[in-house]
Design a protein. Structure first.
Length: 114
């Protein structure tokens, strides 16, 4: 790197650096809530227990993925054949056939080689 590039990088970093981290986006809500609980307990009171958050809309990821794949196939003009269809039974039977056994050329233990 050239010296002027380094100087520009340093100037950019200095321009973007903050001395004090303040603002609503930088508030630590957990620490604030914990501090309030500790202060309440120090005063001899029991802190209020917040109501549990209600779960939002739950999404079945597998269903969402399948819908996304179907939409992509439809956009490409495909008929959707593929992973969700049963394979051809004849092809499945061919794939499951065992290979023919070849006679062994090794000598059995205790028998001399020919």
């Amino acid at each position: 790197m050239e010296d002027d590039e380094i100087d520009q990088a340093v100037a950019l970093i200095e321009a973007m650096t903050r001395d004090h981290l303040t603002g609503p986006e930088l508030t630590n809500h957990y620490t604030d809530a914990l501090r309030a609980v500790i202060e309440t307990k120090q005063e001899g009171h029991h802190p209020e227990t917040p109501a549990p958050a209600r779960p939002g809309h739950l999404v079945n990821l597998m269903t969402a993925l399948e819908e996304s794949v179907d939409k992509a196939r439809a956009a490409r003009g495909e008929d959707g054949a593929g992973i969700h269809q049963e394979p051809d039974p004849a092809a499945k039977a061919t794939a499951l056939k065992a290979p023919k056994a070849r006679p062994s050329t090794k000598a059995s233990p205790g028998q001399p080689r020919r």
